[in-house]
Design a protein around this ligand. Structure first.
Ligand code: ADP
Ligand code: ZN
Ligand code: ZN
Length: 720
């Protein structure tokens, strides 16, 4: 009888698989999930290899776990990510392994439906709930509230009054199969041609990557839905990656309108049994369409036939801790391994993707116009050097005129400022003390709703003091500069009889509340929305015809090589919220630098010229995608330790031709969460094997000691 040895990869920060003896009679194959002893514990791991050989010296595999085994393609993908990002293989595995521990009880779900009892008091919100419930379908409370565009509280009130009755629900199937022919698409000619190109690409022998580029409101979603429909017809699975899945209720409704059911959703808010069942359903192939945040890329699809990366330019696709990966780029890799076509959708594609199109590596499908003959918004710069704005105010006379005009016609206004809180800096009028985070090199941001000062880097919160902590003066603190809360104050004073709302990611009430507020905006219940970048993305507000950008220059001055590109993308997205409904829209962009190329491109609508110029600058500087970058952050609880280790690393860098190592330098954010940070930046020519160089170098580096850590970020997006 031959004996076998299994090499088992354990989902911890370990780079190699450990060998275990396979007990007689246990049939193990690669990809199986097993339990093995590790030091004094029992842990779960995945068989990465099985070979014949005497297992005498090794500990034995304890047993096989009832969890879907990982396919060769999935294992290849995880190996690839570990190779590319230089993360330990075990850390890559940890992202792809969710274990089934099946004995938690199922939560009883409660739905609501309409009863014949009318409420004593009728309000417009209640009326909408009743209308939404007319169809007799039993829904979850939150679903009904969302459908009616009201808060859960309105639904609760109707339950109390007996207008709605509660019903226990059976366990729902993990996800229903979308019907590709539920509703015909009804596409315009342009859309039809784009969809046909995507569908055709799904029948090719070698699956391509396609950039689906279309201006905001051109209907990219409707177009890639046709590719999703084709995947379902083929009996294969589709994955739609989105930057912000928790706030995409509108997207889910549109999907349901096209396919009859919602897609399966995967994000960090999906927990417990639901998560396990989805994982198993995706592994078995039962779940056909998954919409998810970047982590959905690591699910064990049985037969992946399509990956869509919506808003492919979004920075949210980059994970900046643990395994530093970019979900868009890894989606392309996974597509190649699975031989699944990849569609990258955006109104403002990243320069990386555009260059891949130019090099002929990606295809290009375009939607040049808005759907339904709608016009792109007219964009104008408001030159802040020529406007007189009272101290402590931020809306220019020109913008105020436009707001009045818009509100006068019963339409909606969006005021965009990418700064959360009330004021980005607080100082003492008496002693000039500036309020700074104790753990980070960052100012504390005043949040007036919460009456506190907050660090946006580590989450440190303190109550806004009555007396200055430095000199003891009473009521001497002054806010400097605006955040959205401060704009809300100005709006309330200027437009006292209008309904306004602040939408930002950190307002009380969390995701649930944001969802219902977004629905309320879409339903026209709000006149003026004041929002951060949260509102820039993907939402459709049909009555919104004016977008005011309060400070277009934020972000242009950061040291980030992508600063101009990012600002352009963000402003293009946010101004694209205007005029998506029947009525034409316009945008006013307040700026101190109306001649800046980003602002000029926005106003002229000549995105092409801007992109060409940016691309040329990148090429001349040898920056991505014309050269390659990796950043290494050395951090420690003591500044000296971090600096000393970074210097010791630099000493053995020995860069070969084509490679430059810059630094170490103190990071712009020199202190985060009590850790001091030093940066080294590796810059190479495009043909250089960056990973091989990094591995060589790291092997020469001294071992880290104490609490010192080195974080490696290949293709960094953040330079802080
Ligand atoms: P994009 O993602 O390109 O900004 P969307 O896919 O969100 O555009 O579409 C913009 C709006 O136009 C949405 O309200 C959408 O429902 C509508 N729309 C786009 N194409 C169609 C179509 N073929 N039929 C009906 N409505 C459409
Ligand atoms: Zn003071
Ligand atoms: Zn902090």
């Amino acid at each position: 009888m031959t004996s076998h040895v299994a090499d088992v990869l354990i989902p911890l920060a370990l780079d190699t698989a450990y060998s275990y003896a396979v007990p007689d009679g246990l049939a193990l194959k690669e990809g199986d999930v097993v339990q093995v002893p590790l030091a004094t514990r029992e842990v779960v791991g995945v068989v990465w290899g099985v070979r014949e050989g005497p297992g005498g010296n090794f500990k034995k595999v304890t047993g096989v776990i009832d969890s879907p085994s990982l396919s060769p393609r999935m294992r290849k993908f995880l190996d690839w990510i570990a190779w590319y990002t230089l993360a330990p293989k075990g850390s890559a595995l940890a992202m792809g392994l969710k274990l089934v521990d099946g004995d938690r009880p199922e939560v009883v779900r409660v739905g609501v439906k309409l009863a014949p009892q009318l409420p004593k008091r009728m309000t417009p919100a209640r009326q909408r709930v009743i209308e939404a419930a007319q169809d007799g379908v039993v829904r979850l409370k939150s679903e009904l509230a969302h459908l009616a565009g009201v808060s859960n509280g309105v639904v609760d009130g109707l339950i109390d009054e007996g207008t709605l009755e509660t019903v226990a629900l059976l366990q729902e199937p993990v996800s229903e199969i979308p019907n590709p022919d539920f509703r015909a698409a009804g596409l315009s000619d342009d859309q039809q041609a784009a969809a046909a190109a995507l569908v055709a690409s799904m029948h090719e022998e070698h699956a391509p990557v396609t950039l689906l580029e279309g201006v905001t409101g051109s209907g990219k979603t409707e177009v890639y839905f046709e590719a999703v429909a084709e995947a379902v017809r083929q009996g294969r699975q589709a994955l739609i990656l989105m930057p912000e899945i928790a706030l995409t209720a509108q997207f889910l409704d549109r999907f349901a309108a096209r396919f009859g059911v919602k897609p399966a959703c995967w994000h960090s808010g999906v927990t417990g049994r639901k998560r396990e069942r989805l994982y198993a359903g995706i592994a078995s192939g039962e779940v056909k369409v998954t919409a998810g945040a970047r982590s959905a890329l690591f699910l064990p699809y049985a037969d992946l036939g399509l990956i869509v990366v919506d808003e492919e330019h979004e920075t949210a696709y980059k994970q900046d801790d643990g395994v530093h990966y970019h979900a868009r780029d890894m989606a392309v890799v996974r597509g190649r391994i699975e031989n699944a076509p990849v569609v990258l959708a955006s109104a403002t594609p990243s320069i990386e993707t555009r260059v891949n199109v130019q090099r002929g590596r990606y295809r290009h499908v375009q939607l040049p116009e808005r759907f339904g003959g709608r016009q792109m918004p007219q964009i104008r710069a408001v030159d802040l050097r020529r406007e007189t704005i009272p101290k402590g105010r931020w809306l220019s006379p020109t913008l105020n005129l436009a707001i009045e005009d818009t509100l006068g016609r019963g339409e909606q206004v969006l005021l965009f400022l990418n700064r959360r809180g009330y004021a980005p800096l607080t100082l003492c009028r008496a002693c000039a003390h500036r309020y700074e985070c104790p753990n980070c090199s960052a100012w504390l941001v005043e949040h007036r709703f919460r009456r506190s000062l907050v660090c946006h880097h580590c989450g440190h919160v303190e109550r806004t003091p009555q007396a200055c902590i430095s000199c003891g003066s009473i009521d001497s603190l002054v806010p400097c500069g605006p955040g959205v809360e401060r704009i809300a104050e100005e709006v309330a004073e200027t437009y006292p009889d209008k309904r306004s709302i602040v939408l930002s990611s950190d307002m009380p009430g969390g995701t649930e509340r944001l969802r219902s507020e977004l629905a309320a905006v879409a339903a026209g219940e709000i006149d003026i929305v004041i929002g951060t970048q949260l509102v820039a993305k993907g939402h459709n507000f049909p009555l919104m015809t004016l977008v005011g950008v309060l400070d277009a220059d934020i972000g242009l001055t950061s040291g980030d090589p992508r600063a101009a590109e990012r600002t352009f993308q963000l402003l293009q997205q946010v101004t694209g919220r205007a005029g998506r409904g029947e009525k034409p829209g316009r945008a006013l962009v307040q700026t101190w630098q109306p001649d800046h190329p980003v602002i000029a491109a926005l106003v002229s609508g000549d995105a092409e010229r801007f992109y060409d110029e940016e691309t040329r600058v990148r090429e001349m500087a040898g920056l991505p995608p014309f050269g390659r970058l990796a950043s290494l952050i050395v951090s420690a609880a003591e500044r000296e330790a971090a600096e000393a280790h970074a210097r010791a690393m630099a000493l053995v860098a020995h860069p070969p031709p084509g490679v430059t190592v810059l630094g170490p330098a103190e990071a712009p954010l020199a202190l985060i969460r009590g850790r001091y940070r030093y940066r080294l930046l590796v810059k190479t020519e495009r043909e250089v094997d960056l990973q091989a160089y990094l591995r060589d170098w790291l092997a020469r580096c001294p071992k880290v000691r104490g609490n010192t850590r080195v974080a490696i970020d290949v293709d960094p997006q953040s330079f802080l």
